[in-house]
Design a protein around this ligand. Sequence first.
Ligand code: ACO
Length: 324
Amino acid sequence: MTTAMFSRAVIRATGAYLPAKILTNADLAQMVDTSDEWIVQRSGIKSRHIAAKDETTGDMATAAGRMALERGGLNAGDIDTVIVATTTPDQTFPAVAVQVQDRLGIPAGAAFDVQAVCSGFIYGLGVANSFIRTGQARRVLLIGAEKMSSIVDWTDRTTCVLFADGAGAVVLEAGEEGDRGVHSVHLHAKGAQREMLYTNGGPSTTRTSGHIVMHGREVFKYAVNYMAEVVNEALAHNKVKAQDIDWLVPHQANIRIIEATAEKLHLPLSKVVVTVERHGNTSAASIPLALHEAVADGRIKPGHLVLLEAMGGGFTWGAALVRM
Ligand code: ACO
C-alpha cells in the first residue's frame, strides 16, 4: 500500500532565471588586474550574468519559481511549501521564501530560507525530501537564488572573477510508489573550517553583510576531496556504480574541480552538465540552473539517474541521487 510516509519526492518541473546583463572576462580586465587567459585557465569561466542594481534575489527567485510552476502545469494553490536556498537575501528578515510565496500567489503553507552557501540547494533538497517523505508537505517549490555580486568585493581580483547571479527552481511532489524521485540526500559540515571562506561582516558583528573572503587554494583542495567522498557515499548507499549514472550535475564553481570529481568517478565529461563557463559560480543557484538547462534542452530525460553534488563555505557539502 502506498502511504504518504514512504512516497519519494519526485521532481515534477524545473525553472530558471538569469539576469540580462552579461559580464565578460574582458570587462573584468578593465576593472581589476586580471586577464581572460588567467580566468579561463584557472576557473573555466568565460562570462557570467550579473543582476541589475535594482534587481534582487527575490525578483530572480520569483521568476525561476514562476517558470517551474508553468512548466509543471501547476497553479499557485498546488504548492504547500516554499524553500529558498540563498546566502544573499533581500533583507536580513523576512525570508526570501515568504516574498516568493506572496508574489506567486501561493495562498498558504510553510515558507522559509535555507543558508548553506554553495551547498544550499542540496541542503534544501534534503529538507524538502524529508518533508515529503514524512507527509509534512505534498508539493514543495524549492529555489536556489543568489545575487553574489552584492557581496563580492569588486576590487578583489581573487574572488570577483568567480561569482555571479541567477536563480533555479524545482517543484518536488509526493510521487507514486516506484523508482522515480529522490533516492537519498547526504549532508555534511565542518565548522572548524569556516575561516577558509566567509564574509567579513554580518548583522550581529558589523551590521553590514560584508564581502567574500576566500583562501582559494585550500578551498580547491578540500572541494575536490569532500565532493569525491560524498559522491561515493551516495553511490554506496544506493548500491549504484558510477557507470550507472546518466548525468552528474555538480555545483559550478570551477571547471578544474568538476573535472577532478568526474575523473575520480571515471565519468566522461560528456555525462557531466557544465555551465560554469557561461554562468560562473552562482552559489546555491548553480545546481538548479544547470539541472534546468539540461532538462529543458532534452539531455536529461525522464527515467535518467542523476547525481547532484556541491561544496561551499562552512565548509558544507552534500550529494543527492535522483531518478528523474
Ligand atoms: N587574475 C590574475 N591573477 C590572479 C587572479 C586573477 N583574477 N587571482 C589571483 N591571481 C594570482 C594570485 O595573486 C597568485 O599570484 P602569486 O603567485 O604572485 O601570489 C596567482 O594568481 C596564483 O594564485 P592561486 O590562488 O594559487 O591560483 P589557483 O590556481 O589556486 O586559482 C582559484 C585560484 C581559481 C580561486 C582556485 O584556487 C579555486 O578555484 N579555488 C576554489 C575556489 C572556489 O571554488 N570557491 C567557490 C566557493 S566553494 C565552492 O564553490 C567549491
